[in-house]
Design a protein around this ligand. Structure first.
Ligand SMILES: [Cu+2]
Length: 157
């Protein structure tokens, strides 16, 4: 093997490596590894412009991952929230991400973690489907459709 053919074979190896990495990263996006079940949005009276979405998330990844954001065309602002007890009063606050431990079902539910929707643009009637986009730490996104459903219990801000 002369010098130039050795250089060509090394270059070919590099190209294959780059292809393998980019293809692998695409196939293994976090969004592909997260299953969303039973997504729903709390029904609200027409005068109310704030509600919350709930669902169950399960990551099949081998390491802990993070849900880092959400958006919806139905709401002006969408935030990740959690509830905390503050002197016996339940309050909610924004959080930067929701942990997705490997294989574990993470429940977003009334009184706990939730996706907060502010500035809701149109009435939400039970049975309506609300599109929501979930964004994960690698920038990958997952489109879900959450059904509007009556939910018992107060929401406190
Ligand atoms: Cu909230």
């Amino acid at each position: 093997m002369n010098v130039s053919s050795r250089r060509v074979s090394r270059l070919t190896g590099v190209i294959w490596l780059v292809l393998a990495c980019t293809t692998g990263a695409y196939a293994d996006s976090i969004a592909d590894k997260v299953t969303v079940s039973d997504p729903y949005v709390r029904a609200i009276p027409p005068v109310v412009k704030t509600t919350a979405a709930f669902m169950q998330l399960q990551s099949s990844d081998s390491v802990e991952r993070f849900l880092v954001g959400a958006s919806s065309p139905a709401a002006g602002i969408v935030e990740l929230h959690m509830h905390t007890m503050d002197n016996g009063v339940m309050r909610m606050r924004q959080i930067p991400h929701i942990h997705l431990p490997p294989g574990q079902v993470v429940s977003l539910q009334p009184g706990g973690l939730h996706v907060m929707l502010f500035d809701v643009k149109a009435p939400l009637n039970p049975g309506d489907q609300i599109p929501i986009t979930l964004t994960f730490e690698d920038g990958s996104t997952k489109q879900i459709s959450a059904v509007v459903r009556p939910v018992d219990g107060m929401m406190r801000h």
